[in-house]
Ligand binder design. Structure first.
Ligand code: CUA
Length: 305
C-alpha cells in the first residue's frame, strides 16, 4: 500500500521537477545577457491574470490529489483488521532494553522477537500483532524493513503489526531518545519458516536442564543468594524479578545487553563481572563478584538454554 502511494507521489514530484527545471534552464539560456547589452533596464511588466491563475490552481489541484491519495492509504492502514488468530506479541520498552511477551504461548524473552513468515496473499497472511507499552519513559519501536516507527508511551497501549515475506534477521532500534543508553537499545526480529517458528516455541517452553557440574551448582547457589533474583526471572523459580530481562532461556539469544555485544562466554563473563564496562550507565550494578564467582555464575547461566 505504502509502496504504491510512494511511487505515485514520486512520479508526480518528478514530473513537477522536470517541468520546473526545464523552464528554468530554458529561461536562463533564452534570456541570458546579450553581447550587445546596452546596460539599460528592460521594460518592466506587471500582472498577468492567466499566468497567476495557472500557478495557483494547478498546485492546488496537485496538492488535493496528494492529500486524497495519502489519506486513503493512511486510512487503509489504520483500519486494517488483524485476523483473529494473528500471533500476539506484547513489547515493553525499558531503559534500555525490550521485554517481549507472547501472552498466548506463555513465553517471555528480551530484545529478540521471533515470528513466523507471512504471505503476500492476504488470504494466507499470518501477520504478527504487536502491543507496545513503556515501563518508564517514551521509547519508539522501529524495525525499518518491517514497519514504520511507533512510539511506546507510558500508560498507553499502542499497536502495530508486522507482516514479513522473507525469513531472516531484521535489525531495529529504539527511535526516541530515552536516556544514556538509547543508542544501545537495539532489537532484532527473527523471521522463521512456519516449522522453524514451531521449533523455537517448543524450545522456549522446554525447561532448561538442571545445573549438574559442581561449578554450575555453585553458580546457581550464588545467583539465588545474591540480589540477581530481585531483577531477573528464571523459569519456575523464586527468581521473579521483572526489572531486568527474563533469563529463563538466556543462551538462546544472539546478543547481550540489548544488542550491545554478541552473546558468548566472554561477553557474558564481562557482563556478570561488571555490566558497566559493556554498557555504561545501564541499571544493572556491578555486583562485585570475585573472578571465581563470576566463572560459576557464568557456568550456571550457560545452562539456561
Ligand atoms: Cu528507548 Cu531510545
Amino acid at each position: 500500500m505504502i509502496h504504491v502511494t510512494a511511487v505515485l507521489v514520486l512520479l508526480i514530484s518528478a514530473f513537477i521537477f522536470v517541468v520546473v527545471t526545464g523552464m528554468l534552464v530554458y529561461v536562463v539560456v533564452k534570456f541570458r545577457r546579450p553581447e550587445n547589452d546596452d546596460g539599460n533596464e528592460p521594460p518592466q511588466i506587471y500582472g498577468s491574470t492567466n499566468i497567476e491563475l495557472a500557478w495557483t490552481v494547478i498546485p492546488i489541484l496537485i496538492t488535493v490529489v496528494l492529500v486524497l491519495v495519502t489519506s486513503r492509504t493512511i486510512g487503509e492502514i489504520q483500519n486494517m483488521k488483524m485476523p483473529e488468530d494473528a500471533l500476539k506479541v506484547r513489547i515493553v520498552g525499558h531503559q534500555w532494553w525490550w521485554e517481549v511477551h507472547y501472552p498466548d504461548l506463555g513465553i517471555i524473552t528480551a530484545n529478540e522477537i521471533h515470528v513466523p513468515i507471512s504471505d503476500r496473499d492476504a488470504a494466507k497472511a499470518t501477520p504478527t500483532h504487536l502491543t507496545l507499552q513503556a515501563a518508564d519513559v517514551m521509547h519508539s519501536f522501529w524495525v525499518a524493513q518491517l514497519a514504520g516507527k511507533t512510539d511506546l508511551i507510558p500508560n498507553k497501549d499502542n499497536e502495530s503489526w508486522i507482516d514479513p515475506y522473507e525469513t531472516g534477521v531484521y535489525f531495529g532500534n529504539c527511535a526516541e531518545y530515552c536516556g544514556t543508553q538509547h543508542a544501545n537499545m537495539l532489537l532484532r526480529v527473527i523471521v522463521h519458516t512456519k516449522e522453524g517458528f514451531e521449533k523455537w516455541v517448543a524450545n522456549q517452553k522446554a525447561e532448561p536442564a538442571a545445573p549438574s557440574t559442581p561449578e554450575e551448582i555453585e553458580g546457581h547457589r550464588l545467583f539465588f543468594a545474591n540480589s540477581c533474583v530481585n531483577c531477573h526471572k528464571v523459569s519456575d523459580s523464586v527468581a521473579v524479578g521483572v526489572f531486568g530481562p527474563d533469563l529463563s532461556k538466556l543462551m538462546t539469544r544472539q546478543t547481550i545487553g540489548a544488542g550491545v555485544a554478541p552473546l558468548n562466554r566472554e561477553t557474558l563473563w564481562s557482563w556478570v563481572r561488571d555490566p558497566q564496562v559493556l554498557k555504561p550507565g545501564c541499571f544493572m550494578p556491578d555486583m562485585k563478584l570475585h573472578d571465581k564467582e563470576v566463572d560459576a555464575v557464568v557456568a550456571y547461566l550457560e545452562t539456561l538454554k
